[in-house]
Design a protein around this ligand. Structure first.
Ligand SMILES: [Zn+2]
Length: 286
């Protein structure tokens, strides 16, 4: 199956009311867990690499490996840059062969976010690469496991801002702040489904939920029913993999390093398969 962009992979998701999972890989095991889970479920997937994880990877060799693995996959796959923090990183990702990039200008004033996103969209679309942007701001730190973050309602996405943003940028998917945070939660997550519905009725492009870890299966099902089409999910897989490793190390048997990484990879794969089912992801014919 070929590499596809975000626009293609989400093309039926609004009408058929499902979401496609976006799972982060920060090493070879992550790539294998994400792709083999999706192949077993026969559903498309978004394999994301976040800019904050670049430090774990030698991109020059890692990206060609990922592209080769995707080319031999039995399901459509998007290779997506998660939270590109600058215009330059997004351009670098496009030149390396990513089929989709997220520019995260959510901490900038909206006019500046529009200006940079618009410039990026014009270049990306010429290369058949899709662009995701974020307005409002999903709090917490990507990969931050130390302390939980609180939801800040003042940073929630305003439907009128979403409308202006999409009109002025021609962006392909929009991440919205509706009650989630990155990393662990302080307190219980409380998703504003009526806000998702309002934004869904205001704009016609796919909507993205970041900070998925920590939500219940029903939270996800309701968010998807309200209009979410892409769910970013990472922290919970990382925590579960580390717990599995601890359990094995503290157990009675001596194990090798490949045994440990294999056991952790299998745990991540099972979680991803479960999430795909919860998101209601449907097979996509190309
Ligand atoms: Zn995110």
């Amino acid at each position: 199956m070929p590499l596809v962009n975000l626009k293609k992979v989400l093309s039926e998701s609004i009408e058929k009311k499902y979401a496609v999972g976006s799972f982060n890989a920060a090493n070879y095991q992550g790539v294998e867990a994400i792709l083999s889970a999706s192949e077993e479920m026969n559903t498309p997937v978004i394999l994301s690499i976040a800019e904050v994880h670049f430090r774990y990877l030698n991109l020059k060799y890692f990206i060609p490996y990922v592209k080769n693995r995707i080319a031999q996959c039995s399901v459509p796959v998007v290779l997506h840059l998660d939270h590109g923090l600058s215009f330059d990183t997004c351009i670098k990702a496009i030149s390396m062969g990513f089929s989709s990039v997220m520019f995260d200008g959510s901490t900038l004033p909206i006019e500046k976010n529009i200006e940079i996103t618009n410039k990026l969209v014009q270049i990306a679309h010429m290369a058949n690469v899709s662009v995701e942007a974020e307005i409002g701001h999903v709090g917490g730190g990507e990969g931050n496991l130390e302390e939980g973050s609180e939801v800040d309602r003042s940073k929630f996405t305003k439907p009128e801002d979403a409308e202006i943003f999409v009109e002025k940028t021609d962006v392909d998917a929009l991440a919205i702040a509706v009650g989630t945070v990155h990393g662990p939660y302080k307190g219980t997550p409380d998703i504003d489904n009526s806000l998702i519905k309002k934004i869904r009725n205001t704009i016609s492009i796919p909507l993205v939920l970041h900070g998925g870890s920590g939500l219940s299966d029903d939270d996800f099902r309701n968010a998807v029913k309200s209009g979410i089409n892409k769910v970013n999910f990472y922290t919970a897989t990382s925590i579960a993999a580390v717990e599995k490793i601890k359990q094995i190390i503290n157990g009675p048997k001596k194990v090798s390093f490949p045994d440990l990484t294999k056991a952790a990879t299998d745990v991540i794969k099972e979680i991803i398969k479960h999430q795909i089912e919860v998101f209601g992801t449907k097979p996509l014919k190309l």
